[in-house]
Design a protein around this ligand. Sequence first.
Ligand SMILES: Nc1nc2c(ncn2[C@@H]2O[C@H](COP(=O)(O)OP(=O)(O)OP(=O)(O)O)[C@@H](O)[C@H]2O)c(=O)[nH]1
Length: 327
Amino acid sequence: MKHISTFGASDYQISDLQLLRNSTDADAMARLLAPCPIMRLAADESIAESQIAHLYIVLRGALAVATDTRTGMADGTISKILPGESVGEQAVLDEEANLNAITALEETDVLMIKAELVWQLIDESHVLARNLLRLLSFRIRAANAQLRRRQKLGEFYRQLSMIDGLTDLYNRSWLNDLLPTMVATAQGSHVPLSLIMIDLDHFKRFNDTHGHLAGDQALRTAAGVLGSALRPTDFAVRYGGEEMMVLLPDTSEKVAVAVAERLCERMRQALVFSDMRLPLPHITASFGVASLQPEQDEQSLIAQADAALYRAKAQGRNCVAWQQTPA
Ligand SMILES: Nc1nc2c(ncn2[C@@H]2O[C@H](COP(=O)(O)OP(=O)(O)OP(=O)(O)O)[C@@H](O)[C@H]2O)c(=O)[nH]1
């Protein structure tokens, strides 16, 4: 950054500076700004901020400002500062060194104003104070809008990473995130929580006979059965491969067994189409039901449902098994 002149020795006018637009006291402002240096930046050159904050007004060329690079908040957003516009107001007002990375997009001349002089200008000129407030308000709105966009995007990707792409059911990451909390809530409030582990029967044979794409379609159909047969407060998860899980908050084992029986029946009635013309053979599934016991953790609950599922398979598949005989 090279010192090439001062505001007083240059041809620039107060009317060239947006912050002083509509100034009624241009002469007084010009006198105060006269000793301020005009610095020249080569293209791609960055402004190396000292610990002292400055306000920079672009006189010629353009600056690129990337937000908060040193605080880890950078998100690739870059603002372009054109002639007449300023950067560094906030740094001046809160007396912090500028955390933005400021780089010249082309050869650029900037007016450099020290923080103490900015305060003096604010004291002297209501017009400048008003312009500054308006500018800051605009910047805050823009920052808020950007924050909202970022939050929405973050939530979108978070949701996406929790959903299984093939079946649209929740995936294992979702389960790992949510099940411990659900178990802790149920234990803490002494309300029941039941879990049904579901495994499609002879699915390898289905795949081998009808092809993997038809197998995918069968998985979607099975997921659809779960989705359409549950209460809005229940959750269906693709646990892995052809294994699915249903979580039933506030549900006793007796009711969970009845739900599993209903799912089993609907599963065997569901039609799988590989295309819209010919339905494939029906699929069936085996179901293992478990309900949370006092002191039990989520791993043990899953293991209990798994053991019940194993028994359902051993009993000939296409049926429901559970840990305890419902009363
Ligand atoms: N099409 C398809 N198949 C899958 C997917 N994930 C797992 N599988 C298949 O599911 C089959 C599971 O086979 P096994 O674990 O032997 O169980 P099974 O044939 O269903 O037998 P049982 O569970 O004992 O009734 C394997 O052939 C896997 O390739 C998937 O996303 N799409």
